[in-house]
Design a protein around this ligand. Structure first.
Ligand code: FAS
Ligand code: PHB
Length: 389
């Protein structure tokens, strides 16, 4: 056996899983299709559930997050001129951390380098073999050489477009999907955030989100048609549209500036069951995708990793199989909760082309219920800060 666990994918899932396993004495190898620079150039999630904060600390990769991350005790939801604050602290006694996924990924790479974990970048033609036997293997090409690693388990951490999920025969997979008829145009700018907390703005022109990475680095999104491309939007057009969708008080405060990154993310809800096939386990975006409206994508990847690490350590050290036998069901229970919440937040805050007046009225009524009902606000807060692992 060349190593104990081959991890396919060097994003947050693969890196965190490797880090947790290494810290429990388990040997791993990570295979990543892209260069490290490319992985670290991606601008993605920004909100970390407290369970994920604790997991990064447990993995020994939380020091910079604790120094530079910003704890948030609440967020604001608005619907045209109406606004309501969701007070996480008062409603749940917990909070979230604002800290970019890019930074987490960099921190995890640094931690893995410190351990000396073998990480292969720019790998091609990854093929997963013999997962129904006790000696699976992964073949791949790197630096023009074909390599093959025999292992005890394979972790598919290779995201939505990876190869792992396809190893499970189609007839053994159950897939659930909703593709939303719009995307999020995201913009990063060296400007002070418009508000000290996030603003999720549902307006009759469409959704907008005011977020941040620090007190001097802002992250904004506006809902755009799927046909749009980032180049269709000048910075000036983006700022103008954002102002039209934010609550008036925030729009007046908005500090604009040149974009340093602009990209469009499509929105999709997707789950593939089961998460296990023999000695192959799916983790994170390889198994599920949520619309970013509920800030769950990265956080779900972390809880998958937490469960799988907790299962693989006894399986490898004591040949105890209960954990790995229960991984898929345990992770899916939390995945479906987050899937529901993300879908609900997306329906409440986005304007759907061609929606009838009833749909628009239901969005407003849902929002008014949040304003009136502490129970409704507590339900949203409990899901946003993250249900227990
Ligand atoms: P990832 O996709 O991050 O990582 C998978 C890795 O596997 C990649 O590095 C890829 O290069 C590699 N890989 C793929 N195929 C391979 C192969 N055949 N061999 C080897 N390696 C392979 N979540 C939020 O909470 N908030 C957001 O705002 C948000 N915005 C997003 C924007 C975009 C454009 C995308 C795509 C996702 C966004 N997400 C967001 C979700 C995102 O944060 C994911 O949940 C998170 O990256 C999941 O991490 P991984 O499971 O590691 O998957
Ligand atoms: C972000 O800052 O990128 C972000 C924050 C909250 C979300 C989605 C994205 O729900």
């Amino acid at each position: 056996m060349d190593t104990e666990v081959v991890i396919i994918g060097g994003g947050p899932s693969g890196l965190l899983l490797s880090q947790l396993l290494n810290r429990n004495g388990i040997a791993t190898v990570i295979l990543e299709r892209s260069s490290r620079a490319h992985v670290l150039s991606r601008i993605r999630a920004g909100i970390i559930e407290w369970g994920a904060v604790e997991t990064f600390r447990e993995a020994g990769a939380g020091a910079r997050m604790d120094r530079e991350g910003i704890p948030h005790n609440g967020c604001v939801l608005s619907h045209d001129a109406l606004a309501v604050r969701i007070d996480f602290e008062e409603l749940t006694g917990r909070k979230v951390m604002v800290y970019g996924q890019t930074e987490i990924t960099a921190d995890l790479y640094a931690a893995q380098d410190a351990i000396g974990t073998p990480i292969f970048h720019d790998v091609d033609d990854v093929v997963i073999e013999d997962v129904l036997t006790s000696r699976p293997a992964v073949s791949f090409t790197v630096d023009g050489e074909r390599r093959r690693l025999e292992c005890a388990f394979v972790a598919g951490c290779d995201g939505f477009h990876g190869v792992s999920r396809q190893v499970i025969p189609a007839e053994k997979r159950r897939e659930f999907e909703r593709i939303y008829p719009f995307g999020w145009l995201g913009l990063l700018a060296h400007t002070p955030p418009v508000h000290e907390e996030l603003i999720y703005a549902g307006s009759e022109r469409g959704f907008a989100l005011a977020s941040m990475r620090s007190q001097t680095l802002s992250r904004y999104y506006i809902q755009v048609p799927l046909a749009d491309r980032p180049d269709d939007w000048s910075d000036a057009a983006f700022w103008e549209e954002l102002k039209r969708r934010l609550p008036a008080a925030a729009a007046q405060q908005l500090v604009t500036g040149p974009s340093i990154e602009k990209s469009i993310a499509p929105l999709r809800s997707f789950v593939s069951e089961p998460l296990r096939y023999g000695r192959l386990f799916l983790v994170g975006d390889a198994a599920h995708i949520v619309p970013p409206t509920g800030a769950k994508g990265l956080n779900l990847a972390v809880s998958d990793v937490f469960y799988l690490a907790e299962a693989l350590v006894p399986a490898l050290k004591h040949q105890a199989s209960a954990g790995i036998d229960g991984y898929s069901a345990r992770a899916l229970a939390r995945i479906w909760n987050a899937m529901r919440f993300s879908w609900q937040m997306t329906l409440m805050l986005h304007r759907f082309d061609g929606e009838d007046s009833f749909a628009a009225a239901m969005r407003k009524a849902t929002f008014m219920h949040l304003q009136r009902s502490e129970t409704a606000r507590r339900d949203l807060a409990e899901n946003y800060i993250g249900l227990p692992y």
